[in-house]
Design a protein around this ligand. Sequence first.
Ligand SMILES: NC(=O)c1ccc[n+]([C@@H]2O[C@H](COP(=O)([O-])OP(=O)(O)OC[C@H]3O[C@@H](n4cnc5c(N)ncnc54)[C@H](O)[C@@H]3O)[C@@H](O)[C@H]2O)c1
Length: 321
Amino acid sequence: MKQCLVGKVAIVTGASRGIGKGIALQLAEAGATVYITGRTLLPDGRGTSLTECVEEIKKRGGHAIPVQCDHEKDDEVKGLFDRVAREQNGRLDILVNNAYSSAKACIDHIEEPKGFWDAPLEPWNQTISVGVRNSYICAVYAARLMVPARAGLIVNISSEGGLTYGLNPAYCVCKAAMDRIASDCAQELREHNVAFVSLWPGATRTEIFMEWTENLQPKTPVETAFKNRFVLNSESAEYSGRGVVHLATDPDIMVKSGRILTSGDLADEYGFKDIDGRSPPDYVRRLRDRLSMTGYTRLAAWVPAFVKIPGWMLSAYYHII
Ligand SMILES: NC(=O)c1ccc[n+]([C@@H]2O[C@H](COP(=O)([O-])OP(=O)(O)OC[C@H]3O[C@@H](n4cnc5c(N)ncnc54)[C@H](O)[C@@H]3O)[C@@H](O)[C@H]2O)c1
């Protein structure tokens, strides 16, 4: 996929670390000009740095433009899209809505579970403000550039939390909204040939995730299975990025518009692997991986990797339970 995106313009929100950075690296490596956003340009004590991301992209021969933008501030978000329109003659090919606040609150919730009624309200506010409201606003500004061009791809980064309870209610409400924004906006964008999908990465080795799991010492088989699922079998932060590059070059992308896709779905369909050469499990959609994760390892060994759990079945399963 080298240089398949030369001449294309992309925005990745929240790209100073984690999955956003991984996606930016892959888009830039494929030749796109990538605008990357974050609250600060320089390291800010949260382990994030847009300038480091730019340097890494430069080393790989790519081109990134860092933009300081707090996605809780509407004027800064508008400024971002105005700048891209001005500098790129109105061109925008790809928007990745990745910025997400409150990952730390999710981890705190696992380490010290609390009922939502006892938890502070701030993580809810930030989750909805950055994760949902801002993503919708970015989609509005992106669509204003893409619709006249009759081309473009918007990707919302979401997760299985959109379908079932996990981590905390704010997280799941945010992910359900991200999925629904993609599906509903895709309806209105279809006749304009602009695609909008929701992408569910699997467990991913992001900085904050590794910091948390480093000290996990499993004491029971359940805890060991948890650690295996979430750490040993996790995806690199660039795996989803490979998927986005393939989506952006797919001539039949409109067939997928409005759908939820897992990183594993994309790897299976487009035939790519993670940057370390491995094929991470897809616990959501691959029946074999799901069986093995839930302890049915012998049965799992008999199931071919291509057998997928249909979306309607997953949806019915979670809603019945
Ligand atoms: N890590 C995983 O295992 C995993 C799995 C599935 C889905 N996801 C989803 O992927 C997305 C990214 O996750 P991550 O693990 O990389 O998290 P992260 O916290 O490392 O990254 C979030 C990014 O958003 C930025 N950000 C936060 N608030 C911002 C604001 N107000 N303005 C600008 N930027 C802001 C952060 O600086 C950071 O760069 C999230 O939506 C998450 O739910 C993560």
